[in-house]
Design a protein around this ligand. Structure first.
Ligand SMILES: CC(C)[C@H](C(=O)O)[C@@H](O)C(=O)O
Ligand code: SF4
Length: 424
């Protein structure tokens, strides 16, 4: 019997030639990632009591992103703690005010195919879009990883999700993943790997692949994987990576718990409605719903290609009078690129506010939270009660194109009428 991609990566991390789903193995982490909110601030006490020696500081990455810029004194204290800890440990990889950790670690080249990446954030799975086995762990578990570089893990089973065919114009990776989660359910992939494959997936850009892996955890998955190909190699080379890409492909005779098949050419824009991620409907069923705020950003959909699509739709237009449109590029690097391309000008001329890269509004932490009775159309990944502020607010999720079209109308709108044929 062959192995799946996740079995191959975990076999390597366990120093074995093969492992099987269901086995419990000890694995060595290639990267241990923490952020301000669930990082040093929470683990430092236990870490110090157990000796306070990092297993390998070259493999520890800390990103301050959730409390940036701090909106309260408590957040400022958390940030200071995190920054001081990184300095005290002499960490070579500490980033702050650069954007959400998942995007930052991709941009700084910490994510490579075949690596095992453990992070104190549920969307750590995003790194699977480059072929790393990446998963979220708790802060307590991270203490052990920081001290020993190891943890135990049950090798997950894999659900293979095959999307063949070509996406119609105005339909994106976000629509693919929302439709997939609708069918699997918010807990349907619990402790399993979601492996995305098929011609529609291979046709996606790096930016879009990361949307799929980012949201794997919203179906309960341990990680979301996509086989790395020449697009990934090209991206890594641009980051200065010179290592060989290993054979990570799932074998023909690998065993899956489920295989789902889809035809991408039949897909319409999808919307996740309040207050569950699997409460997904085609845009035609929801259009016309009035909103108070639109949010274009987050580690899910705040990348350059997302901002380009929004600019394409909003160029020369104005957002609806009664709403706010927050644009939050997913990193400082993306902010600069979008600025160079004139995208930020187009968006601000349309009436959007460009905020600094951060988790802020996405998780209801800092600037951009919503009040009771307010409705948001967001390009992020979560819509549970209270996600973006008041538990009496409502969050709808969709692609950046749907968000931009909604900004124009002030009501949830189908983006296809605003896009020229062929623009992706
Ligand atoms: C605050 C943090 C623990 C959380 C996560 O783990 O995902 C956040 O990033 C989110 O997106 O909800
Ligand atoms: S999902 Fe939102 S809060 Fe969580 S890491 Fe991404 S940007 Fe930050």
């Amino acid at each position: 019997m062959g192995m799946t991609m996740s079995e191959k990566i975990l076999a390597k991390a366990a120093g074995r030639s093969e492992v099987k789903a269901g086995e419990i193995v000890w694995v060595k982490a290639d990267i241990a990632m923490m952020h301000d909110l669930l990082g040093p601030w929470l683990i430092d006490g236990g870490f110090r009591r157990l000796g306070g020696q990092l297993f390998d500081k070259e493999k520890v990455v800390v990103v301050s992103d959730h409390c940036t810029p701090p909106a309260t004194v408590q957040q400022a204290d958390i940030l200071k703690f995190t920054r001081d800890w990184a300095r005290e440990q002499d960490l070579p990889y500490y980033y702050e005010f650069e954007g959400p950790c998942h995007q930052v670690i991709v941009e700084h080249g910490h994510v490579r195919p075949g690596r095992l990446i453990l992070g104190t954030d549920s969307h750590t799975c995003m790194a699977g879009g480059l072929g790393a086995f990446a998963t979220g762990i708790g802060s307590t578990e991270m203490i052990g990883v920081l001290l020993t570089g190891e943890t135990w893990m049950k090798v997950p089973e894999t659900i293979k999700v095959v999307w063949d065919g070509e996406l119609p114009h105005g339909v994106y990776a976000k629509d693919i993943v929302l439709k997939t989660i609708k069918d699997i359910g918010h807990a349907g992939a619990t402790y399993q790997t979601l492996e995305f494959s098929g011609s529609a997936i291979r046709g996606l850009s790096m930016d879009e692949r990361l949307v799929l892996s980012n949201m794997a955890v919203e179906a309960g998955a341990k990680t979301g994987l996509i086989e790395p190909d020449e697009k990934v190699i090209e991206f890594l080379r641009s980051k200065g990576a010179t290592d060989e890409i290993e054979d990570l492909f799932s074998d023909e005779d690998a065993s899956y718990s489920r295989i789902l098949h889809y035809n991408a050419s039949e897909l319409e824009p999808q919307i996740a409605c309040p207050h569950e991620i699997d409460n997904v409907h085609p845009v035609s069923a929801v259009e016309g719903k009035s909103v108070d705020q639109v949010y274009l950003g987050s580690c899910t959909n705040g990348r350059l290609s997302d901002l380009r699509i929004a600019a394409e739709i909003l160029k020369g237009k104005k957002i609806a009078k009664h709403i706010r449109c927050l644009v939050v590029p997913a990193s400082q690097h993306i902010w600069m690129e979008a600025n160079k391309e004139g995208i930020l000008n187009i968006l601000t001329e349309a009436g959007c506010i460009v905020n600094m890269p951060s988790c802020g509004a996405c998780g209801g932490f800092t600037s951009g939270v919503i009040g009771a009775g307010e409705v948001v159309m967001s390009s992020s990944n979560r819509n549970f009660r209270g996600r973006m502020g008041s538990p009496d607010g409502e969050v709808y999720l969709g692609s950046p194109a749907t968000v931009a079209a909604t900004a124009i109308e002030g009501k949830i709108a189908d983006p296809r009428k605003y896009l020229l044929q062929g623009v992706r």
